[in-house]
Write a protein that binds this ligand. Structure first.
Ligand SMILES: Nc1nc2c(ncn2[C@@H]2O[C@H](COP(=O)(O)OP(=O)(O)OP(=O)(O)O)[C@@H](O)[C@H]2O)c(=O)[nH]1
Ligand SMILES: [Mg+2]
Length: 304
C-alpha cells in the first residue's frame, strides 16, 4: 500500500472504528432480518452518517440482499461499501479552464477555527508543486494575529502574499490582491477570510462584499467559493453548507481534522444531503496533510 493510503488509513482510525468496527461486530454470526437492519440503522446514525445517507444505505442493502438471496449478515458489508463509494462519487463540475488569461480565485470560507488558514498553506504547497503561480490574499483582518499566521504559511510554502493591517477592510485587501494576481500573472489566488458564523447576516454580507471586490478587479476570472468544514462538526455541517452556499455559493468542500475525530461519517452525510463535491480532506496539522478526496480510496480506508 502506498504511503499516502497508509497515512489516510491511520488518520481515519477513529472513524473506521466507529463505523466499520461497529458494523463488523454487529453482523458477526447473524442473519439478515428486521432486527439486524434496525441495529444497523442505529449504528450509522450514531456514526454521523446522517439520516438521508443512512436511509439510502439501508434501502440498498435490503433490495440487494433480496435480489441475491443473501442470508448471512456479513454479506451486507460489500454492498454497503459499494453504495458508500457511489454516494461519495459526486461529479466535480468546477472544470478549470485550460487556457487562462486571468487567475482562478478560490475564496476560502467557513466558521471560526475550521482550518481555513492551515488549508491555504497546504493548498499553496500542492498547487506550487504543480507549477502554478499562487498568491495568497490575507483577508482575515479581523482576528488579532491572523495576518501573522498566514504570513508564516506563505513563507513556508514560498508563495507571495498581499496583506494589510489588522482592522482594515477585507474587501479592499481582496481588491488589491486580485489586482496584484492579475499584474503578476498568477494562476491561482487563494483568499483567506475571517471565520464567521453562518447565521450572522452582517458577516455573510461582508463575504459577498469581498467577492464583489474580486469580481471588480478581475471581471473575467472564475471565483470559486470553497467551504472548509471541521470534520468533528457533526450534522451542523449540513446547515453550514446551505447558508454559506446561499451567501456566496459553495462550489466545493474541504473537510479538515479527520485525523482526530470519530465523526468522519459526516463526509457521507454531506455527500448524500448536498451534492456538493468534497474536494480535499485535511488529515493532520502538517503542511503535507491535505489530500485530494477520492471516494474509492476514502471508502477503502474506512473499511480495511
Ligand atoms: N489535526 C488537525 N488539525 C488541523 C487540521 N486543519 C487545521 N487544523 C488545526 O486547527 C486549528 C485551527 O486552524 P486554522 O487554520 O487557524 O483555522 P481557521 O479556520 O483559519 O480559523 P479562524 O481564522 O480563526 O476562523 C489549528 O490549530 C490547526 O493546526 C487537520 O486537518 N487536522
Ligand atoms: Mg484563519
Amino acid at each position: 500500500m502506498s504511503g499516502v493510503l497508509n497515512k489516510l488509513k491511520s488518520s481515519l482510525s477513529k472513524t473506521r472504528a466507529n463505523i466499520f468496527g461497529k458494523i463488523s461486530r454487529l453482523v458477526l454470526n447473524r442473519k439478515i432480518d428486521d432486527q439486524l437492519l434496525e441495529e444497523f440503522e442505529e449504528t450509522l446514525i450514531k456514526a454521523d452518517v446522517g439520516v438521508k445517507a443512512t436511509m439510502r444505505l439501508i434501502e440498498t442493502v435490503k433490495v440487494k440482499a433480496k435480489e441475491q438471496n443473501l442470508i448471512r449478515a456479513e454479506d451486507i458489508i460489500p454492498i454497503l461499501k459499494d453504495e458508500i463509494i457511489s454516494l461519495l462519487s459526486i461529479e466535480n463540475r468546477n472544470v478549470p479552464q485550460d487556457i487562462k488569461e486571468t487567475p482562478e480565485v478560490w475564496l476560502i470560507i467557513g466558521v471560526n477555527g475550521a482550518g481555513k488558514t492551515t488549508t491555504i498553506g497546504k493548498l499553496s504547497v500542492i498547487m506550487s508543486s504543480q507549477g502554478k503561480k499562487v498568491i495568497i490574499a490575507a483577508c482575515d483582518t479581523f482576528r488579532a494575529a491572523a495576518v501573522d499566521q498566514i504570513v508564516i504559511w506563505a513563507e513556508r510554502s514560498k508563495v507571495d502574499i498581499v496583506k494589510s493591517q489588522e482592522g482594515s477592510d477585507p474587501a479592499a485587501v481582496a481588491f488589491d490582491a486580485a489586482t496584484a494576481a492579475k499584474a503578476r500573472q498568477a494562476d491561482l489566488l487563494l483568499v483567506d477570510t475571517a471565520g464567521r458564523l453562518h447565521t450572522k447576516t452582517n458577516l455573510m454580507e461582508e463575504l459577498k462584499k469581498i467577492k464583489r471586490a474580486i469580481n471588480k478587479a478581475l471581471p473575467d476570472a472564475t471565483v470559486y467559493s470553497k467551504l472548509v468544514i471541521d470534520g468533528s462538526t457533526g450534522q451542523n455541517a449540513v446547515s453550514q453548507v446551505k447558508q454559506f452556499g446561499e451567501a456566496v455559493g459553495c462550489d466545493g468542500i474541504i473537510i479538515t481534522k479527520l485525523d482526530g475525530t470519530a465523526k468522519g461519517g459526516v463526509v457521507i452525510a454531506i455527500a448524500a444531503e448536498l451534492q456538493v463535491p468534497i474536494e480535499y480532506i485535511g488529515i493532520g496539522e502538517g503542511i503535507e496533510d491535505l489530500q485530494p478526496f477520492d471516494a474509492r480510496e476514502f471508502t477503502e480506508a474506512l473499511f480495511s
